[in-house]
Design a protein around this ligand. Structure first.
Ligand SMILES: *Cc1c(COP(=O)(O)O)cnc(C)c1O
Length: 384
């Protein structure tokens, strides 16, 4: 990798040379058959990744555009949405819903904890909801949603499952053909972005709708969107030589290579690798007195939020670590200054994480918090 720094934030994540090389290919017309072929292939690879029988959309925009596209094409103004939130990004659906006049109820977990399935059951028994949003891995807390428990409850009550995979897709299982407990109990919409566990630079929103979600869009007639109306994109996704809005040609080159790399690694292997990365990083950093906000049973594979031990200053720690070439992120909201977030996803390697664990230990030692680096590295290696 020609990167000079290790970008271990919750996205963007480290980009490998072959993706940079692909992106440096000549910019061609978006209707040039040579580009169209690559766009088409990247759409097919996305379909393979999410195993959907419906439609996938690969468009310019960040993950937030994906959230908007998912919501605006499934839930109309005045209809009711249930938001299941495990933190800052779960809550973002509340703002989105408000912008579109959607009625909402919210189940918010205490930061670091999961929403209990019984609460989801209780809400859905009380009222009818058009859809339920679930954030697969909330990037503010490092908490993963329990899809095995929640999806069947939502489907039993007939609501659509909208899954925000921005910090999970390609690292944690998101199989739209999977039936959770009963026939037809599947995830209806998955939305994600290019820059997190997929490991491509930021700029693409990726959204998949199954047949049930597409039928919901059909019933809505008009939606309060133009760029985000999936009906404008369906013809393009079927035939990318057609025009609706100019696709980001060079980014698609990179995305197609990113998709190739993840298929080459194999999804099962990739999910196992991320799970081991998450467990390993947390076990190692616990040796330094840095405790994960989320209990291990609910922790995401892709990123962790760690509380500082007594006396470690956030700004001092992160800037000293950055001087060693390891970039981690601060914590959000009430945790700012008290915790930091480290990503361990996408193209990140075992070697990079070992080096990061070493450098975190060196930094702690330098700022007067003595730790054993060897022990921490060993904990990571035991798991990876
Ligand atoms: C990063 C993130 C988003 C927002 O994505 P942007 O690309 O920043 O718009 C939404 N949801 C989750 C879970 C995220 O991690």
């Amino acid at each position: 990798m020609r990167n000079e720094e290790m970008l271990l934030i919750p996205g963007p994540t480290p980009v490998v040379d072959s993706i940079y090389d692909a992106m440096a290919s000549e910019t061609r017309s978006h209707t040039d058959p040579r580009f169209v072929e690559i766009y088409k292939r990247s759409i097919e690879r996305t379909r393979e990744l999410l195993k959907t029988d419906g439609e996938v959309f690969v468009v310019s925009g960040s993950g937030t555009i994906g959230m908007e596209m998912a919501l605006v094409n499934t839930v109309a103004a005045g209809e009711r949405l249930l938001v299941i939130s495990h933190g800052y990004f779960g809550d973002r659906f509340i703002q989105l819903g408000q912008a579109f006049g959607i009625e909402m109820d919210v189940l918010q977990a205490e930061w670091g904890k999961q929403v209990a399935p019984e609460e989801v059951e209780r809400k859905l028994s009380e009222r009818t909801y058009k859809a339920v949003t679930i954030t697969h891995a909330d990037t503010s807390t490092g908490v993963a949603a329990d899809l095995e428990a929640i999806v069947p409850i939502v489907k039993k009550h007939g609501a659509l499952v909208i899954l925000d995979g921005v910090c999970a897709t390609a690292a944690m299982e998101e199989d739209m053909s999977k039936e959770y407990g009963n026939p037809g109990y599947t995830i209806d919409v998955v939305l994600t972005g290019s820059q997190k566990a997929i490991g491509v630079p930021p700029g693409l929103a990726i959204v998949a709708f199954n047949k049930t979600a597409l039928a919901a869009r059909e019933q809505m007639d008009r939606v309060p969107a133009y760029y985000c109306d999936i009906k404008n994109w369906i013809p393009i996704m079927h035939d990318p030589s057609k025009y609706f809005a100019t696709p980001p040609v060079n980014l698609i080159y990179g995305y197609d290579e990113g998709m190739r790399l993840l298929m080459e690694e194999g999804l099962e292997k990739r999910y196992a690798r991320h799970s081991a990365f998450g467990r390993g990083v947390r076990a190692a950093l616990r040796e330094y007195g840095m405790n994960p906000l989320a209990e291990e049973e609910v922790a995401a594979s892709t990123l962790s939020c760690l509380l500082y031990p007594e006396g470690v200053n956030d700004a001092e720690f992160r800037s000293a670590l950055a001087k060693k070439g390891v970039i981690v992120a601060g914590a959000l909201a009430h945790l700012a200054g008290k915790a930091f977030r480290i990503g361990h996803m996408g193209n990140t390697t075992e070697e990079m994480l070992i080096s990061a664990i070493e450098k975190i230990g060196e930094t702690l030692n330098e700022i007067g918090h003595a730790v054993s680096i060897e022990q921490a590295v060993n904990r990571f290696k035991e798991i990876n």
